[in-house]
Design a protein around this ligand. Structure first.
Ligand SMILES: [Zn+2]
Length: 130
């Protein structure tokens, strides 16, 4: 086989579509011919690039869709539990402050009770009754 014939058959050689005789002849030629080796390397790089792109393209879109769906599902749950936790903390702190103040200063107790009423009406207005 001549160099030109081998160059033409390199793609088939790379894909393993040639018989054993041609395969041996071409692999012997490639190992001693820089031009054919470069062409074969190009074929390898091209094939690897195509495989990488195919492998990366499909899961990338899928991943984004799955992530978007997961976030859509998680967001309202997080918001509700955060609001509930904050409301609980405010109420407990206000009650503790009110109880402590009730014993010490009756005037301050009235002020704190007003704060509690304000806090609970704010919570009611933020959609807590939904
Ligand atoms: Zn060659």
């Amino acid at each position: 086989m001549t160099h030109d014939e081998i160059i033409e058959d390199l793609s088939a050689y790379f894909d393993g579509q040639l018989g054993p005789e041609k395969t041996i002849e071409i692999s012997a030629h490639v190992s001693s011919c820089p031009e054919c080796r470069a062409a074969l390397d190009e074929l390898k790089a091209l094939s690897a690039g195509v495989k990488t792109n195919l492998a990366a393209a499909a899961p990338a879109g899928m991943k984004e869709r799955v992530l978007a769906r997961a976030l859509e599902r998680k967001k309202p749950q997080l918001r509700t539990s955060t609001v509930l936790a904050a409301a609980l903390a405010v109420i407990i702190l206000a009650l503790m402050a009110a109880l402590a103040a009730k014993r010490a200063m009756p005037v301050m107790f009235a002020q704190i009770q007003g704060m509690i009423n304000g806090a609970s009406s704010t919570l009611g207005a933020s959609g807590g009754n939904k």
